[in-house]
Design a protein around this ligand. Structure first.
Ligand code: FMN
Length: 117
């Protein structure tokens, strides 16, 4: 890594609705490559379709996502930084209206997530 400046993952909710990286994702990454970072991360990216927490969240659970992710990684590498994807599963906060399937981590998981918000 060329330095210790690392771009934190930021969910920007601008991917296509199926999780494919959009032109806005690409443009955002290309802007970041001008910043001199040692490492740039994507926003949190769904590891399966049912893991979704945010509308227009970036995905990494299908081969159809590969071209967009590859294009972003290439832009980052060409700009001199290392690239990384933040893997994400929303667990019991997966959102059914977006296709999410809530997945409690244990029997002690609160059923009413409103308590946590
Ligand atoms: C709009 C927004 C989106 C964020 N998305 C993510 C995310 O996808 N993954 C994550 O781990 N943190 C996310 N965060 C948290 C940031 O990466 C960061 O940890 C937080 O803003 C604190 O950074 P700071 O200590 O430099 O202020 C997000 C924060 C903001 C404001």
């Amino acid at each position: 890594m060329r330095n210790r400046f690392m771009m934190a993952p930021l969910t920007s909710q601008q991917s296509d609705f199926d999780g494919t990286a959009s032109k806005y994702d690409q443009f955002w990454m290309e802007q970041l490559t001008q910043g001199g970072y040692g490492l740039i991360q994507t926003s949190d990216s769904t590891v399966e379709a049912g893991a979704i927490a945010f509308e227009r969240q970036l995905g990494i659970h299908s081969d159809k996502h590969l071209p967009g992710l590859t294009k972003m990684a290439t832009a980052i590498r060409e700009g001199g930084a290392l690239s990384a994807v933040q893997l994400h599963h929303a667990g019991h906060r997966a959102v059914p209206s977006l296709g999410g399937i809530p997945a409690p981590a244990s029997s002690k998981t609160l059923k009413d997530t409103r308590i946590l918000i």
